[in-house]
Design a protein around this ligand. Structure first.
Ligand code: FAD
Length: 434
C-alpha cells in the first residue's frame, strides 16, 4: 500500500471513510488530485464500511431506510435479507479499490490545529504510532456513530439491570424472556420494539413527546423539507436536530400493523429509574388509556392495547417531570406509574463525533457549529469543511455533501499559496469542475 509523506504539505486531508468521506475522496481524485501525494483519507475503523460495519445483524439491507449509491458506483442489487453490516462494508471496500482511493486505516485523527498555511492533523496510526500531517484544507467526515447520546435520568445509576445504547445493540436474543424499556422517538426505537416483541420480550416504549407519526409519502419534497429544517438550525450555530426529529416517523406498512395492535404505542415520558423499574408519566398499567400518539391516534385500537404489569407511584415534583410532559400539560392529568423492567435500551441517538476538532474551538454559544449556506463550509474556519454533518446525515445527504466539500476544498486550496506549484494544479482541477 502506498503511504503519505509526513513532511509534505497535502492539499486535502479527509477524516473519515464513510459515505461522506468516500464521496469527497472520489471527487478529489476525479478532479485531478493525486492519491497519497495530494490527499489522503484517514479512517479510524479496521476495515471499510463506516458506521455500517458496526450495525446489528437483524438490520438487513431491506430493513434499512434506503442506502444511496456512491458517485459512479452503482449498488447493483443486494440481497434484501443480507445484513447491511456486510453489504455496505463490501460495497465500500470494492469502491475504495476500484477508484484507488488513498484510505489509511486504522488511522484516527486525534487533533486538528491551525498552522501557517493550513492545518496540522495529529494522527494515531494503529495502536501506538503518532504522526503529524499538514494540509491546506481538511474535510471532516467523521459521522456520529462514535458519539452515542445518553440522556440524564434520575435513578439511572441505581438501576440494577442492563443498560445499553443503540451503539451496543447486537441481538434481541440477549433479552429473551425479559422486560425491556426502549427509550427514544426515532426509527431505531421503533425497530427495536418490534424486534424485541417478535422475540417474545415484554417491551415498554417511552417517548419524551407524543410520537411524531407522519402519514405522508416520503418523497423528494419531504427530503428537501427535512434538509431545510436542519440547515435552518446549523446556519445560526445551533446543534443539528436528528434526522428523525425533523422527519417524523413514517406511518407506513412496516409500522402501521404494530401501531394498530398496540405494540408500537408509547407509554409516555420516562421520569426516572428505580433499582428494577421505570417510572413513567402515563395513564398507567391498567389498560385504561395511553398518552396521545399523534397521527397514530387514528390507527390505535384502544381495547387491543396490551395491559402491562406495574404499580402507581407517589407524585413527583413538577420540576422533575420530563420536559415533554410539562410541554403538553399532561403532568396535571396523568398518573405516574412504575413498570418493572430488566433492561433499558437507550435508542436516544447520536451527536456529531468531533472531539479531534476541539482545538479549533468551533462551538458557538448555541452549542452547534456555525455553518455556511452550502451546508459544508465552517464560517469561522476557512479551509475546514464538514460533510455528513447536520442536514447531510443521511447516505444521500452525505454523498452530496462530500461532493460539495471536495469542490470547496479544491477552490480553497487553489486560492492559497501553500505550496509552490500545487495551487496551480488545484486551480486546474477546479477549472475542470466548472
Ligand atoms: P460514518 O458512516 O459514521 O463514517 C464515519 C467514518 O469516520 C467511520 O469510518 C469512522 O471510523 C471514521 N472516524 C470517526 N472519527 C474519526 C477520526 N477521529 N479519525 C479518523 N476517522 C474517524 N442513512 C440512510 O441514508 N439510510 C439508512 O437506512 C440509515 N440508517 C441508519 C440507521 C442507524 C441506526 C443510524 C444511527 C443511522 C442511519 N442512517 C441511515 C444515517 C447514516 O448512517 C448516515 O447518514 C451515513 O451512513 C453516515 O455517513 P458518514 O460518512 O457521515 O459517517
Amino acid at each position: 500500500m502506498a503511504d503519505v509523506d509526513e513532511g509534505r504539505m497535502l492539499s486535502v486531508v479527509v477524516i473519515g471513510a464513510g459515505q461522506a468521506g468516500l464521496s469527497a475522496a472520489y471527487y478529489l481524485a476525479a478532479r485531478g488530485l493525486e492519491p497519497w501525494r495530494d490527499f489522503v483519507v484517514l479512517d479510524a475503523n479496521d476495515g471499510p464500511g463506516g458506521a455500517w460495519r458496526h450495525r446489528w445483524d437483524s438490520l438487513t439491507f431491506g430493513r434499512a431506510h434506503g442506502i444511496h449509491p456512491l458517485p459512479a458506483g452503482p449498488l447493483d442489487d443486494p440481497d434484501p435479507t443480507e445484513p447491511a453490516n456486510r453489504v455496505v462494508p463490501r460495497y465500500y471496500g470494492e469502491y475504495e479499490r476500484r477508484f484507488a482511493l488513498p484510505v489509511r486505516r486504522p488511522a484516527r485523527a486525534v487533533s486538528v490545529r491551525r498552522v501557517e498555511g493550513g492545518f496540522e492533523v495529529e494522527v494515531e496510526v494503529g495502536q501506538a504510532r503518532r504522526e503529524r500531517l499538514v494540509a491546506a484544507s481538511v474535510i471532516n467526515a467523521t459521522g456520529t456513530w462514535d458519539s452515542p447520546y445518553l440522556p440524564f435520568y434520575r435513578g439511572a445509576d441505581r438501576f440494577a439491570g442492563v443498560q445499553l445504547h443503540t451503539h451496543d445493540f447486537r441481538s434481541a436474543d440477549a433479552f429473551a424472556g425479559g422486560r425491556v424499556l426502549v427509550v427514544g422517538g426515532g426509527t431505531s426505537a421503533l425497530q427495536f420494539v418490534q424486534e424485541l416483541h417478535a422475540h417474545g420480550v415484554d417491551t415498554v416504549w417511552s417517548t419524551r413527546r407524543a410520537p411524531q407519526w407522519v402519514d405522508r409519502p416520503f418523497d423528494p419534497d419531504w427530503g428537501l423539507e427535512v434538509e431545510r429544517s436542519v440547515s435552518a438550525r446549523t446556519r445560526v450555530g445551533l446543534p443539528p436536530l436528528s434526522v428523525s426529529a425533523a422527519t417524523g416517523l413514517p406511518l407506513n406498512d412496516l409500522y402501521r400493523p404494530d401501531v394498530a395492535a398496540g405494540v408500537l404505542v408509547s407509554r409516555g415520558p420516562l421520569v426516572s429509574l428505580t433499582a428494577d423499574g421505570a417510572v413513567l408519566d402515563g395513564p398507567g398499567p391498567d389498560g385504561a388509556g395511553y398518552p396521545t400518539q399523534g397521527a397514530a391516534d387514528a390507527v390505535v385500537d384502544p381495547p387491543r392495547v396490551e395491559r402491562l404489569p406495574g404499580r402507581a407511584v407517589p407524585p413527583v415534583p413538577e420540576r422533575d417531570r420530563p420536559q415533554g410532559a410539562r410541554d403538553e400539560g399532561r403532568a396535571r392529568t396523568s398518573t405516574l406509574w412504575e413498570a418493572p423492567i430488566d433492561a433499558v435500551l437507550w435508542a436516544t441517538g447520536f451527536r456529531a463525533h468531533i472531539p479531534h476538532l476541539r482545538p479549533l474551538a468551533l462551538r458557538e454559544a448555541g452549542g452547534g457549529i456555525l455553518m455556511g449556506d452550502d451546508g459544508v463550509t465552517v464560517e469561522r474556519v476557512p479551509g475546514l469543511f464538514m460533510a455528513g454533518y447536520g442536514a447531510s446525515a443521511s447516505t444521500l445527504g452525505a454523498t452530496r455533501a462530500g461532493r460539495k466539500a471536495a469542490m470547496d476544498a479544491l477552490r480553497f486550496t487553489a486560492q492559497g499559496s501553500f505550496a509552490q506549484g500545487q495551487g496551480e494544479q488545484d486551480a486546474a482541477a477546479v477549472a475542470s469542475v466548472a
